[in-house]
Design a protein around this ligand. Structure first.
Ligand SMILES: CC(=O)SCCNC(=O)CCNC(=O)[C@H](O)C(C)(C)COP(=O)(O)OP(=O)(O)OC[C@H]1O[C@@H](n2cnc3c(N)ncnc32)[C@H](O)[C@@H]1OP(=O)(O)O
Length: 225
């Protein structure tokens, strides 16, 4: 992980957005809120059908990138990370191997502590909170209003979905997915490609490749009175 975040400030190249779905739409709003120049969007679903999407040019499908010089544009991965699909990660790795760069992006309404380490292509969406000591690996998304508390270590290609809460010192391995509104209590480990279902309350480590859903909430006499 690089020491210096490759933010929109350190790399103000014009941007090409990859993917015109829901995540792409939210990212376009983020890019505009940062005042970055957006050259257009590439999306195979729109290529040859429409010339304009959300007020920016449709550059074509995947082949549109063949005409771009990796030294002169930054890419933003607008493909959302959904459970069971590696498409977002595949696109990042393939284009990174071709020399394209992905700036890390932080929405102006997010709070990110000054010492947080953001690797390439990290996306911190509106209203998110990322506290001191956190490290976030390449191509990961901290989605709208999610909270990542102190000293969490998050691997590559992780999605912390809207409103999810990682308490302090949680370790999330690459490719894991933390569903919307889920809570992971402090100090736990989520293994590679682990999936936490929306709304779950996680109170034990979750091994890689496993899914957890539901909440362990149980009513019982209090021992704190
Ligand atoms: C900006 C954005 O939109 S980002 C996207 C954010 N999205 C999310 O966070 C969604 C996360 N995904 C989930 O929570 C999914 O429901 C998963 C991955 C946990 C399970 O998905 P699937 O395997 O397709 O589950 P499916 O819908 O078939 O449901 C299977 C059963 O599990 C239950 N179930 C599914 N998800 C949950 C959940 N999160 N919590 C509790 N129970 C659940 C269903 O009710 C169903 O129960 P039933 O068999 O008694 O009817």
């Amino acid at each position: 992980m690089s020491d210096q975040p490759m933010t929109s400030v350190s790399q103000p190249l014009p941007i090409v957005l990859l993917g015109a779905g829901g995540h792409g739409k939210v990212l376009l709003a983020l890019l505009r809120s940062l005042g970055l120049e957006v050259l257009g969007v590439s999306d195979p679903q729109l290529a040859g059908k429409v010339a304009d999407w959300q007020g920016i040019p449709v550059l074509g499908g995947d082949e549109a990138l063949d005409h771009l010089d990796p030294a002169t544009v930054g890419l933003v991965n607008g493909v959302g990370q959904v459970v069971g699909s590696s498409r977002r990660a595949d696109i990042f790795h393939a284009l990174r191997a071709r020399g394209f760069r992905f700036p890390a992006l932080v929405h102006p309404s997010a709070w990110v502590a000054p010492d947080v380490k953001l690797d390439e292509g990290v996306q911190i969406m509106a209203g998110a909170v990322v506290q001191p000591g956190v490290e976030i690996g390449a191509n990961s998304v901290i989605n709208s209003r999610a909270s990542v508390d102190h000293d969490c270590i998050i691997g590559m290609c992780v999605h912390v979905a809207p409103g999810a809460v990682l308490c302090g010192g949680v370790n999330v391995a690459s490719g894991a997915f933390v569903g919307a509104g889920a809570t992971v209590v402090q100090g736990l480990m989520l293994g590679e490609k682990a999936v936490v279902g929306a709304g779950a309350t996680v109170v034990r480590d979750l091994p890689g490749g496993h899914l957890i859903i539901g909440s362990p909430a149980r009513i019982q006499p209090s021992r704190f009175l």
